[in-house]
Structures are given as C-alpha cells and as structure tokens.
Design a protein around this ligand. Structure first.
Ligand code: VG1
Ligand code: CO
Length: 543
C-alpha cells in the first residue's frame, strides 16, 4: 500500500464546540479541511496502532465524501480495523454502543446533529473515546491546538470502500468491516425494555406516530418499533434518511415538528407522538393533548425507570446540564440518590457514568440517556416512555399530572435568538457578567435575587475545571434565569435564555407556560437587554 504524506496549511478555525466541529458544508469543502481535522485528531491520540476505530454518520450531505477520506486517513495512521455502518450510517447512540460493544479505541461520528443539511447546510465531525462518549475537553482542546500548526497529513492511496456491501474488505493493510447499523443497537434495547409488554400495548390498539424527520433514526425506528414491537405500518413517518433531511430542519422541537404536535392535539390523533433529530440522540415526547418538556421528561423517566427491566434494581443517581430545570433534582431528593449539575453537552456526563455515580442523565435540549451508552439516545427515551406507559397503563397526560401532583411543577422555557451579530452577543454577555457581583440581594418588584454567578464546574472524578459555562441568576423563590451562548451554531452567535419557576405539588399546574414565566422573562430583558440590543422583537425559537 502506498501511504502518501501530503503537505497542508493549517486552518485557524477548527475549534470543536459543544459537540464536535460543526461548519457550513462549504467550509468543509475547502482544500484539505477534512483531512487536516481528522489528522489533528489522530495526532493527539497515542497508542492507536493496530486498534479498531468506529466510523459512521447521520447520512447528511457530504457524509459519503468525508467517510471515504476518514477511512483512508485511518489506514495511513496505523489503525488495524475500521467498523463502519452500512451506507455510512450510524446514529450517534448506536456509534457509542458500537465502540463499547467492540471494545474499540474510539470513533468518528460524522454529523451536525439537529442543524440543517444539504450543500448549503451544515456538516460536522466529532471524536468519541473508548468509553463511547464524546472526547473530554482536554482532548478537544489538544486537537484544536494541533490543527493550528499541522503541516502534513497521511492518507492511503487506495480505492474507496463499497459501503453498501456488508462484510469485511480492506483499505490498504487495514481491515474495513461494513456492519448493519441497527442490529447490535436493537439487541441492546431488547435487554433494557419489556418488549412483550410494549407489543401487547400496540396489540391493544394503542396508536403512535414516530417522526424520524428524514434523518438517521428511520431505519432504527422501522426495525424496532414496527418490526420487533409490532406497531402498525405507518407508525414511523419520514423514515428514509435523506442527505438534506427532505429540505427540513431535523430538530425535534415545537417549531420544526409542529405537524406532529398539531396531530397529537387533534381530537382523532394518536395516543403518543415522538421524534428524533439528525443523528438520533435527541427526542421529542408528546402525548395526546400533552406536550412533555424535556426537563420534565428527564424527571419522569428517572422516577419511573425501575418499571423497565434494565433499571429494575433502581438508579444510582441523576445528572442534568446546568440550564435544565430542577425537576429531576426533586426526584433525586425523594429517592435519596446523587444529583449532579454539569455544563451543557454530553461530554460532561461521561466520568459520572463511568464511575457509576449516575444512571440517568439529561438536558433541556431534548436529550436523555443512561449508562447503557455514553451519548444521549433518542430512541432509548421513546422506548422507556413506551415501557412506562405499558407498565402503568396510563396516558402520558395522566403520568405527567401525577408527577406534578407528587413533586410539583417546574414551569420552564427556552428562548433562542439565532444568528445574532457575534460582537453584540459577546458584549451583551460580558455586560451581564459585569453586573453579577452587585446583583445578589437586589430586589426587582417582588423578585429578590439570591445568587448571581457564571457557572463553573469541577468534575468530581478527575478534578478538571470548566469555567464560564453560563450566567445564572437565582431568585429567592427558587426561580432561575440562565443565559449562555450556543456552542453548536455555525453562523453568528445564538443566545439562549432559559427561564424556570417552581410551583409546589399543591400549586397551580395548568397555567400557560409563557404567561407563568412572564415576570421572569421581563426581568431578564431588564438585566440583559436582549431585545433592545439585538433589535429583535421576539425569539426565533421558543421551546
Ligand atoms: C446544544 C444543546 C446542548 C446539546 C448540544 C448537542 O448545544 O443546548 O444541550 O448537548 O446542542 O446536541 P449549544 O451549545 O448549542 O447550546 V446534538 O443533538 O445537536 O449533538
Ligand atoms: Co443530535
């Protein structure tokens, strides 16, 4: 095999964000951009010789080009074997499982998750370590440093691999095994959930709609929900992955999955609706006439997890990202188990999961998961909901109301202002940060600030510190305002405002969310001036 060493010039912008490096496709199409980044990753990984690497992606535009490059660069960098999903497809949680199941060295996940795809859309690459989870910050920072000085990459001068053909081929001296992307993942799900009970639920006439949003979960949902669990054909919609997600935005929220929401609110709609994102790690849960906020979903899944066989022995602890509502905290308190608050992004859960300190993790951005893999897992959340519904023999609406009646309700909303001018957004955050030392103890009408800080996290396992993870303003009644800048956008800055208010178990649980949070939203405008400074009338997305 000929291995070529190609000279290259570094790019200055290959800094991984919340979840890998995400850029416009046109940025990735620049000369050597993909090659530089993958070589930079490999350069910071020691002991990779002869090891196994997992590669797969969400099937978006440029997946096919980048994956062939990745295989040839892996072959030239001493990997012994690459495991790749057929057609280049692997959902993020399935990639995580494949790394763990095969005791692989690590994996490359080719995805920009919920960002739109296509020639004018986004593409991304993320590296996951041997525990199956996203590389921790120490690695992503080293990759960025390397990318700024890289002078050459190595690539095998070999033909493309036929990704349509299951079985083992070779790329130079490296073996390439093309595997079915669903089989091992589906087998894992079968060990966690009561498939018989869920099948019985479907046989009894329970109706569901799963929207795969033309993204990677289509094949998984077809096989598991319609195949193994016997849901009627047509339960899964938009189930064929398409390079531009059918022209849509594969983000399962109330804006981009509005049709699903409307269906579930209609008189003759199904009992249960769910959707997942581009790479299959997010989930949207909507019951008949009841939308479940992701933060509530985390709390409800944690409280009811022991109803599923995989969690029958109970859960060790719960972790949530800082902006996620404190609904799960109340469950942990009642169960007497550990509760952890981490920065945004799944990489911060890895150590806690590995150490057995927590079993279930979640984020307000529609991500929930457990110790079965080291990524959030959209279908896992959907299957756990189905298991809980089958076991409790109640509707989603009943389950949610009973949860609030037991633990109280955390009213919660997130307002996103997208593609804001970066200078304006940074100044806004800096100015708010500057006010923090004086805020504690101040009153605004009947709202009194109890603390105001910029969240800093010390990992309890390895002691690493992540500072400046988002501004928090806590009120004396337990309400909270959080503001941070997104780390997944590709154009300008995205400001995320998160607002939360607690209403006790015997309080009012049926208020309109935006109305219930109005005084806090007004206070956040008074403190940060988002509308005033950006000139926006309203958020682009409210979840
Ligand atoms: C967003 C979410 C965060 C999530 C991340 C990756 O990050 O807020 O909770 O972990 O996306 O999700 P940010 O920095 O834009 O707020 V995925 O499904 O897009 O990989
Ligand atoms: Co995702």
């Amino acid at each position: 095999m000929t291995i070529r060493t190609i000279e290259t010039k570094p790019y200055s912008d290959q800094k991984p964000g919340t979840s890998g490096l995400r850029k416009r496709v046109t940025v990735w199409q620049q000369a050597n951009y993909v090659e530089n980044y993958i070589q930079s990753i490999f350069d910071v990984l020691e002991d990779r010789q002869g090891k196994t690497l997992v590669i797969g992606g969400d099937g978006r535009f440029y997946n096919d080009v980048a994956i062939q490059k990745a295989i040839k660069i892996a072959a030239a960098n001493g990997f012994g074997k690459v495991l790749v999903g057929q057609g280049g497809l692997l959902s993020t949680p399935a990639a995580s499982h494949m790394i763990r199941h095969n005791k692989a060295f690590g994996g490359l996940v080719l995805s920009a998750s919920h960002n739109p795809g296509g020639p004018d859309g986004d593409f991304g690459i993320k590296y996951n370590i041997s525990n199956g989870g996203p590389a921790p910050e120490a690695i992503t920072e080293a990759v960025f440093e390397r990318s700024k000085v890289i002078g050459a990459y190595r690539i095998a001068d070999v033909p493309d691999v036929d990704l349509s053909r299951i079985g083992t081929q070779s790329s130079g001296e490296m073996a390439v095994e093309v595997v079915d992307p669903v089989t091992d993942y589906a087998a894992l799900m079968e060990t966690l959930f009561d498939f018989d009970a869920i099948s019985t639920l479907f046989k009894s006439g329970f109706r569901m709609r799963f929207d795969a949003m033309h993204a990677v979960t289509g094949p998984y949902a077809h096989r598991i929900i319609e195949g193994m669990l016997g849901a009627p054909a047509g339960t899964v919609i938009n189930g064929v992955p398409s390079p531009d997600f059918g022209g849509g935005h594969p983000d399962p929220n109330l804006v981009y999955a509005k049709d699903l929401y409307d269906l579930l609110m209609s008189p003759d709609g199904p009992d249960f609706g769910a959707a997942s994102d581009g790479d299959g790690d997010r989930n949207l849960i909507i019951g008949k006439n009841r939308f479940v906020t992701p933060s509530d979903s985390l709390a409800i899944l944690a409280a009811n997890a022991p109803l599923a066989p995989g969690y029958a022995a109970g859960i060790a602890g719960i972790a949530r990202s800082m902006p996620t509502s404190a609904a799960a905290d109340r469950v942990a308190e009642k169960l007497g188990i550990e509760m952890h608050e981490t920065p945004t992004g799944w990489k911060f859960f890895g150590n806690l999961l590995d150490a057995g300190r927590v079993t279930i993790c979640g984020e307000e951005s529609a991500g929930t998961g457990s110790n079965h893999v080291r990524e959030k897992d959209g279908l896992w959340a959907v299957l756990l909901w189905l298991n809980i519904i089958a076991a409790r023999k109640q509707s989603v609406d009943q389950i949610v109301r009973e949860h609030w009646a037991t633990y109280g309700r955390n009213y919660y909303t997130r307002h996103d202002y997208e593609e804001v001018d970066s200078a304006i957004a940074n100044k806004l955050v800096d100015d708010l940060r500057a006010q923090l030392p004086d805020l504690a103890g101040k009153s605004f009408g009947n709202l009194k600030v109890s603390y105001a800080d910029d969240f800093s996290y010390t990992d309890p396992i390895d002691g690493s510190v992540s500072a400046r993870q988002g501004i928090r303003v806590g009120l004396e009644d337990g309400s909270r305002i959080v503001l941070r800048l997104s780390g997944t956008g590709t154009v300008g800055a995205t400001l995320r405002l998160y607002v939360e208010r607690y209403e006790p178990a015997d309080g009012q649980h049926e208020l309109d969310t935006q109305a219930a949070l109005e005084p806090l939203i007004a206070l956040s405008e008074q403190l940060a001036g988002i509308k005033e400074r950006t000139g926006r009338q309203a958020p682009d997305v409210i979840t």
